[in-house]
Design a binder for this molecule. Structure first.
Ligand SMILES: *Cc1c(COP(=O)(O)O)cnc(C)c1O
Length: 495
């Protein structure tokens, strides 16, 4: 291929782009037309065997051939995120406005680290961040930045919390001088259902996972404020130094939401940084019916919200919001080639100093296009429909003799077990559900998650497709039953 056909900006390149993008769109749509199961069932070995020719051949075969190959080898064996029977993880069907925005942002390749690499994109990201701060009820002076997702947002929250605390308590500038001698006593509090990235961040921040103290939850898997009080009292007795309290709005397995207002009270009393991990549940902010579930989030010092989950945007897309934008100072730096100090003085927007990334995607365009195209009410309809389907699915599971519903859904996760015979012991149920879940992936009719509840392997639907119906849920339950019989037949026992 000549350079003219490889780059935009010439007649030849522009025509090649139009044609190739058309082929790419056809390849995607053809992959959906190829059978209606969410997965082909291919095993890791079968997939590896397809890629036995050199990744870097001496001579290229042209783009058309490469696209055809990707269709056959990759798209045909991708998990069908847009299929209504794909309901395993918080991996959403990407909405078309987001896919369009993705095409626009990659073609223009703006980089958000400096204004001169992304003029309109920089200003728009700031506008979108401002709108998000308003959506979550944060006061004026709040600020934020787009991130790769909840992992990065949670990390950034705990980084700023740690460094502010170390400055105030020890007069230590961690950015310049590293951790203080007393760092061993620093503690982060979160519930026992909180996402693992809290512990991961503690490790990355040099505090160690041990610094994370988990607080027991109530029967609905929400942090118990009384248990938080006793945990804080115990930490006092041990001379530990808690500096951050993480509330979760939407736990991964059950979608439970911590009592954020009660947590905000404790954080205020104890001068803790209050971070809300709303990677999953943040989308409730657009919903009239369910928005009350995250009341109290407006009191957070920082918020993590993901758009690649319940906001239906393509991966990756998240935001980190900060109650007091001045707290970005704990990580700010100036580089002569990107954001010299004289630019700060002249008011040139400077996003690189707010991010742990340097070169950074213009992901803010995706929620922007979605918000503009659908409005708040349009998004609310999708979120509400998804949550409603989860309630209907839970009823269906609860009504079936051979299934056991483990909790009423708070959001859109339905956790259950297949227990075809009454009196089956937990160990047998664990083995059966684990085997069913592997068999389902080989079968391909339904993509379902597994998790552990009280030490017993269980199954989970994460319903994220607003076009899915109760019939789709019933078909997934039937697929579980069929796979259960197959597993039993293989083992020569009656399921
Ligand atoms: C998904 C999720 C994360 C991790 O976010 P990524 O976007 O995968 O980096 C963290 N916390 C919660 C509650 C989540 O749902």
């Amino acid at each position: 291929m000549s350079a003219d056909e490889l780059f935009l900006g010439s007649d030849g390149g522009d025509a090649a782009y139009r044609e190739a993008m058309g082929r790419a769109v056809d390849a995607v749509l053809d992959s959906f037309a190829d059978g209606d199961d969410p997965y082909s069932g291919a095993s890791p070995d079968a997939l590896a065997a397809q890629f036995d020719d050199p990744v870097v051949p001496e001579d290229g075969r042209g783009l058309d051939a490469a696209i055809d190959e990707v269709s056959e080898r990759v798209l045909a064996h991708s998990v069908g995120t847009s299929n209504p029977r794909c309901a395993a993880h918080l991996q959403c069907p990407p909405m078309i406005p987001g896919l369009v925005a993705e095409a626009l942002l990659t073609a223009t390749n703006q980089s958000l680290d400096s204004f001169d690499q992304a003029p309109a994109a920089t200003v728009l990201e700031e506008r979108v961040v401002g709108a998000l701060c308003d959506l979550f009820g944060l006061p004026s002076g709040a600020d934020g930045v787009f991130t790769s997702g909840g992992t990065q947002s949670n990390f950034q929250a705990l980084l700023l919390a740690r460094d502010r605390h170390c400055d105030r308590r020890f007069g230590r500038n961690v950015q310049a001088d590293g951790l203080p001698a007393d760092a061993e006593s620093l503690r982060i509090l979160c519930s026992e259902e909180a996402h693992f990235t809290g512990k991961q961040a503690a490790h990355h921040l040099g505090l160690g996972e041990r610094a994370v103290v988990t607080v027991p939850t109530d029967d609905d898997r929400r942090m118990d404020p009384d248990a938080l009080d006793s945990t804080l009292a115990e930490l006092d007795d041990r001379d530990a130094d808690p500096f951050a309290l993480v509330g979760t709005a939407g736990t991964t397995d059950f979608g439970s939401v911590d009592p954020l207002a009660a947590l905000a009270d404790r954080a205020a009393e104890r001068d803790l940084w209050f971070h809300v991990d709303a990677a999953y549940g943040g989308a409730l902010a657009v919903s009239d019916d369910h928005g009350h579930l995250i009341d109290g989030i407006e009191r957070a010092d920082s918020v993590a919200v993901d758009f690649h989950k319940l906001f239906y945007q393509p991966i990756s897309c998240g935001a980190f919001l900060l109650r007091d934008g001045d707290d970005f100072e704990w990580m700010a730096r100036n580089a002569a080639y990107l954001n010299p100090e004289e630019h700060d003085e002249a008011g040139v927007p400077n996003l690189v100093a707010k991010s742990v990334q340097t070169t950074r995607r213009f992901d803010a365009l995706k929620p922007y296009v979605a918000f503009r195209a659908l409005g708040r009410s349009g998004l609310a309809t999708l979120v509400d429909r998804t949550l409603e389907l989860a309630d209907e699915a839970a009823e269906l599971v609860a009504a079936a003799d051979d299934f056991e519903l483990l909790a009423e859904p708070t959001l859109n996760a339905v956790v259950f077990r297949y227990r075809p015979r009454e009196g089956m012991d937990d160990a047998a149920v664990s083995r059966l559900n684990a085997a069913v879940r592997s068999e389902l992936l080989r079968d391909g009719r339904a993509v379902v998650a597994r998790t552990d509840v009280g030490g017993v392997t269980s199954l989970k639907f994460t319903l994220l497709n607003p076009t899915a119906t109760l019939d789709d849920v019933a078909a997934m339950l039937d697929a579980v039953r069929d796979c259960g019989s197959d597993v039993a037949a293989e083992r020569g026992v009656a399921a």
